[in-house]
Design a protein around this ligand. Structure first.
Ligand code: NDP
Length: 523
């Protein structure tokens, strides 16, 4: 196989006298299935962090890889008064910072960038936006198709969706087959009630097929690969259950602290920031049953079934299931870092957790009695995201006379960051006269035989929104199920008389509070 012919092949293998034929897949067909319709991407909150760091760089990269429709439009709006040129300059700087600026291509790309100042609370302001969009639609021939990306604080989601609707911007079919879509960033509410309330407001003017609840984690190649790995191979599914699996650990560890998002994080804490969305998605992908078809609603049906089986935590014995922590000062990569409470913009007496580990059980036939340890935190020893499937030990050791009873059990790691890999650890004989075992690891690195373009998570979700594919987006029943599990825990933690007892300090640069060991001991 050579890389220049841009084909992916599975090597021939001679197995018991038969060989597996080469399977050839053109790389281009892996990048995208089809091109989206011409459309306008309207970013509400375009003066903010997400637009500059993620959305516009993702759009520019899509443009470079010919993933944007032709023609396309990007219209930024926010309260800040900017001219088209000022907005273009700001976005150019953002691309420079992201190290992806290509001056030649930027020139063409920037001609499709516009800006309009809006007042989020004023209907005339949205009506003016609607008029401008109609003019730009005609000028750029974008067919009246629009994506509205809400890159604003969550407190503005409801009112902004309503204003868009009242200004007629949620209406579809104004021009032949024209569509309108709305993209909502996490968090989807603060708890179950607010999530239901937000959904009701979105549905006042938008129908479910128009709503895209983003969790960009889901669009990471290695996260998507979990389903391929599990359900495109026959050998794993028969052992993917309580019969063979001892426990599962899902970890998303960061070395970063709260950075520039103090206001948001003080309100959210790690449970809302990581568990209500990313961790629950990783849990569902690991634990779900195979859907009958790789199709958005069938995949999401199976995920929701997992959420339905989560055993609620007994709030009186929360400590047996949950450890919460908050980072203190410490050392990361050789540099001293401050405690959470000493970070700019943080309340010096803050009780926001920056670390959580929970032991989750799923009440169904497949997983009864198997603990899932979900861990996420800031300022931990290493940036790491992985799922570890720990298999049970051999039922009987024939080597016990020479090696003792203990033989390390098999372990399968689905690495998401930094190593995008799948690795399986098993026992082999150590070469030599003595009978000795050694653990060896068989690794598959995700990019090892692939040199084509890879879509970053935001590029993938933006492309899917334009294509109308809901596979990687949350459905409201999933959101509500996860909040149903988390809301009583949050209430207990936030209203208990001595919340500081539930919150254990840990040193930055470690793996969190020492007490987490107790959680894994007790079953
Ligand atoms: P910002 O805080 O940067 O806000 C975006 C824009 O909203 C601002 O530029 C500002 O524009 C406007 N805005 C901010 N506060 C107010 C306010 N109180 N009243 C009215 N307008 C306000 O947010 P981000 O860009 O960081 O995030 C946008 C959304 O994306 C949020 O919901 C966030 O939770 C979510 N998100 C962000 C991520 C990130 O990495 N930044 C990651 C994942 C999700 P102006 O004043 O010009 O109107």
């Amino acid at each position: 196989m050579n890389n220049t012919d841009k084909t992916q092949s599975i090597d021939n293998a001679a197995i018991a006298g038969t060989s597996v034929p080469d399977l050839e897949i053109p790389f281009e067909s892996c990048v995208r299935d089809k091109n989206p319709d011409p459309c306008a991407i309207v970013i509400v909150g375009a003066s903010g962090d997400l637009t500059a760091r993620k959305i516009v760089p993702a759009l520019f990269n899509l443009y470079l890889n010919e993933g944007l429709p032709d023609p396309f439009l990007v219209v930024g709006c926010a309260r800040t008064k900017l001219s088209n040129q000022e907005f273009r300059d700001k976005m150019k700087n953002a691309l420079k910072t992201a190290n992806i600026l290509d001056d030649q291509k930027w020139q063409d790309f920037s001609e499709s960038l516009y800006y309009q100042a809006i007042d989020y609370g004023e209907l005339p302001s949205f009506k003016a936006l609607a008029r401008s969009l109609r003019e730009l639609d005609i000028k750029h021939d974008t067919g009246g198709n629009r994506v509205f990306y809400l890159a604003i604080p969550p407190s503005l989601y409801k009112s902004t969706a309503q204003m868009l609707g009242k200004a007629g911007l949620s209406t579809e079919g104004e021009k032949k087959n024209s569509w309108a879509k709305i993209v909502v960033e996490k968090p989807f509410g603060r708890d179950l009630d607010t999530a239901i309330d937000l959904d009701r407001s979105l549905h006042e003017h938008f129908q479910e097929h128009q709503i895209f609840r983003i969790d960009h984690y889901l669009a990471k190649e290695t996260v998507q690969n979990i389903l391929m790995f599990r359900f495109a191979n026959a050998i794993f599914e028969p052992i993917w259950n309580r019969q063979y699996i001892d426990h599962v650990s899902i970890t998303a560890a960061e070395t970063l602290g709260v950075e520039h998002r103090a206001g948001y994080y003080e309100q959210a804490g790690v449970l809302r920031d990581m568990f209500q969305n990313h961790m629950m998605q990783l849990l569902a992908l690991t634990a779900m049953d195979p859907p009958s078809l790789f199709e958005a609603d069938r995949v999401r049906d199976e995920k929701v079934k997992v959420y339905r089986t989560i055993r609620p935590f007994p709030t009186a014995d929360l400590k047996d299931y949950l450890v919460l922590g908050q980072y203190g000062a410490g050392t990361i990569d050789g540099k001293r870092v401050p405690a959470y409470r000493d970070e700019p913009g943080i309340n010096p007496e803050s009780l926001a957790p920056t670390f959580a580990m929970m032991k989750v059980f799923l009440d169904n036939w497949r997983w009864q009695g198997v603990p899932f340890y979900l861990t996420s935190g800031k300022r931990l020893a290493k940036k790491l995201t992985e799922i570890v499937i720990q298999f049970k030990e051999v039922p009987h050791s024939m080597f016990r006379r020479t090696l003792g009873e203990e033989i390390a059990a098999n372990r399968l790691i689905l690495g998401i960051y930094p190593d995008e890999k799948i690795s399986l650890t098993f026992q082999t004989k150590n070469p030599g006269a003595r009978v000795c075992l050694r653990s060896v690891t068989m690794d598959f690195h995700y990019n090892q035989s692939y040199t084509g373009p890879v879509l970053d998570a935001y590029e993938k979700v933006l492309l899917d929104v334009m294509l109308g594919d809901h596979m990687l987006f949350w459905r409201q029943d999933g959101v509500e199920r996860c909040w149903s599990f988390l809301t009583p825990i949050l209430k207990e933690c936030e209203t208990c008389k001595a919340p500081s007892e539930l919150l254990i300090p840990y040193e930055s640069g470690t793996w969190g509070p020492n007490i987490i060991r107790d959680l894994t001991k007790k079953r």
